[in-house]
Design a protein around this ligand. Structure first.
Ligand code: HEC
Length: 618
């Protein structure tokens, strides 16, 4: 041990005496420079285990990382979710740690089996499901003329095919559909155009990094699909021609190194409206990181050229130095208020609505955890309805020694589910917004978002309450609740994980269907909660729980009409083994006599999986 490391040794011993794991403290402090090159195992123990052994809730567990190829791990450390952690490693160290972690070695993740014999796709077809929200108002409602599955025939719904995302540990791109072609994407940034009948691959396109959001379908002046648009992990937006499958343009829409696209962009009248989020909450885990300088925004691009028309930040001021952390690092504020859900387009009022997340640092702003209306034409903010102030939080708040955690940090109660706009016959329009706090708010779009009613549906928590998406027709709002990991002040309150139906006019509950915990004794983070977005079609609500089970609920009283446990192995039609796991983020889509849904989500200690499932009426 060199003199240089003596204070660290002292620190480690002191903390061992205090009962704190040395791994917790070692994260930024080991210096290998005076020794022979560290082995992959040593690098993992000193620089990775701290988070990946389960201490940091957001991170996938070691067992999930083992399912990735060493190439995929290197990509994560170089340009993916771990690029900040990767900056402290040399090429050799990246190789060593990647080879140590991966159970499957350096397989070529580009190898492509399962191509269709006939690569011809649709021509002159109108999109059936063209975006995340299943329409501009984010209702996640599929009209009966598009789908045949109902309460009478649902018992005949059987697994038709499974598609395996190669070497993936999660499947989070919600599919969209044109004619008989389905569009989805993988953790490794491959966009797939898949035949809905057989699951064979018509064509692929390789983006530079992971694609998490739904692939939005663009249309020509006759309403026929002509392009796809999507954003990647590093905040690049792509436009691809559907005839040639070639890139038309590509553009990075935010200069912040941690900027990312999580929410799906929306195309409307030759413009793209793009929600901009960041992974700076993860950067903030490091005590050395000067937190935080990202501000959420919405960007409008010309769909034809990719040129920017406007960009509106959720926080108007630029972050400025604002004190120092206990680790002596500069704090910047205001920051945060990311937008990680799909914007809602109000064609009548010429505006869009977005939900924002928490501030990353203090002082906080009046625009975090809020619904914000912006003009479609100019991006000007028309009104802000904040439902929780002072909510400053970042990843450091989940660690015992998180120097970057703001004092008296907030509960991280984002609006992650997009606001829903409902237009009703003879009744005023309403915006319905569900928050991670477990609260639902009905807002009046004609009165600057004034709250018409509010209802506590769940106890709330960091993964919801209401996490990824509710669904609604004109009468009823369906609310999925995932009451896990409560904010400490709420942990003794009852949990309401399950599905709830609320009358839109009165805000009163029609019924609640609480889900039982059937997880048993598992090592991963299981639960009965509905965190993934739900979908409404033909009086059926399609939901899926963290335990990997798909549920078809009747809209009458929430009775279960059909269920399927995806926690199993599948033979992928593309010749690769697939397995199901936790279902989170993206929800089901229903088209004709088929249902499509992803399974697998290795985040928050949940169960990894890599499968897109297709069920079909027999
Ligand atoms: C400060 C906490 C922290 C440290 C330290 C850390 N990770 Fe991570 N890691 C995370 C989190 C959080 C995620 C999930 C991020 C997300 O999906 O947004 C993650 C995700 C990953 C993934 C998944 C990438 C993917 O595309 O799915 C890999 C691989 C990974 N980490 C490897 C490493 C390695 C190797 C190290 C050590 C050199 C390391 N991590 C250090 C927190 C950490």
């Amino acid at each position: 041990m060199s003199i240089k490391n003596t204070p660290i040794l002292f620190f480690l011993i002191l903390n061992l005496l205090l009962g704190i794991s040395p791994l917790v403290l070692a994260k930024d402090s080991i210096d290998f420079s005076l020794h022979s090159p560290p082995t992959g195992a040593e690098i993992y123990q000193s620089k990775c285990a701290f988070c990946h052994n389960g201490t940091v809730k957001e991170s996938p567990r070691f067992e999930a990382l083992q399912l990735l190829s060493s190439d995929a791990i290197k990509v994560a450390l170089t340009s993916g979710v771990m690029k900040a952690q990767g900056t402290t490693l040399s090429e050799e160290e990246k190789n060593a740690v990647a080879n140590f972690i991966s159970k499957i070695g350096t397989k070529d993740s580009k190898a492509l089996a399962g191509l269709c014999d006939d690569a011809k796709a649709f021509s002159n077809a109108k999109p059936i499901i063209s975006n995340w929200g299943m329409g501009l108002s984010n209702q996640r409602f599929i009209p009966e003329n598009l789908a045949k599955i109902n309460a009478k025939n649902i018992q005949n719904l059987k697994l038709k095919w499974a598609f395996a995302f190669p070497e993936a540990t999660r499947a989070r791109t919600q599919p969209t559909v044109v004619g008989n072609t389905l569009f989805t994407a993988s953790q490794h940034g491959v966009i797939y155009a898949i035949d809905t009948k057989t699951g064979c691959i018509r064509w692929t396109f390789k983006a530079d990094s992971e694609v998490r959001s739904a692939i939005s379908i663009g249309t020509d002046k006759n309403g026929n699909a002509n392009r796809i648009y999507f954003g990647d992990f590093n905040a690049y937006i792509y436009a691809i021609d559907l005839q040639t499958h070639n890139l038309i343009w590509k553009k990075r829409i935010d200069n912040h190194p941690a900027a990312t696209i999580t929410g799906s962009l929306v195309e409307y009248q030759n413009r793209l409206y793009i929600p901009v989020s960041s992974t700076e909450v993860v950067s903030a885990y490091s005590q050395k990181y000067e937190c935080c300088t990202f501000r959420g925004s919405v960007v409008a691009l010309d769909a034809a050229t990719g040129n920017e028309i406007w960009k509106t930040y959720t926080i108007s001021e630029e972050p400025k130095p604002s004190g120092t952390t206990t680790a002596g690092k500069q704090i910047f504020a205001p920051s945060g208020a990311p937008v990680w859900s799909s914007p809602t387009i109000d064609t009548k009022r010429g505006c869009l609505y977005i939900g924002t997340g928490e501030n990353y640092t203090r002082p906080s702003t009046a625009t975090s955890d809020a619904i914000i209306a912006m003009s479609l034409a100019t991006g000007k903010i028309q009104w802000v309805q904040q439902t929780l102030g002072q909510d400053s939080w970042n990843g450091a708040c989940t660690t015992p020694d998180g120097a970057n955690c703001p004092p008296n940090h907030g509960p991280d109660f984002d609006f992650g589910a997009p606001p829903i706009l409902v237009s009703r016959k003879d009744k005023p329009d309403m915006i319905l917004a569900g928050q991670k706090s477990g609260m639902v708010y009905a807002m009046n779009p004609d009165k600057n978002g004034a709250i018409v009613w509010q209802a506590r549906v769940g106890r709330g928590g960091i993964m919801g309450g209401i996490h990824w998406g509710m669904a609604s027709d004109e009468q009823t709002l369906f609310v999925p609740i995932n009451d896990r990991d409560a904010w400490p002040e709420d942990k003794d309150k009852p949990a309401f994980s399950g599905l709830h139906a609320i009358d839109i006019e009165s805000g009163k509950f029609n019924w609640s269907k609480i889900q039982e915990n059937t997880c048993g004794d598992v090592t991963w983070s299981c639960g009965p909660g509905l965190s993934a977005a739900i979908t409404l079609c033909n009086n059926i609500v399609w939901g899926a729980s963290l335990d990997g089970v798909i549920h078809a609920f009747s809209t009458k009283q929430g009775q279960i009409l059909w269920e399927y446990d995806t926690k199993q192995d599948f033979q992928g039609v593309n010749g690769i083994k697939a397995n199901g796991g936790t279902i989170d983020s993206a929800g089901a889509i229903v088209v004709g006599n088929q249902v499509f849904i992803n399974s697998g989500y290795a985040k928050f200690g949940e169960k990894a999986g890599n499968v897109l499932l297709c069920f079909e009426l027999k």
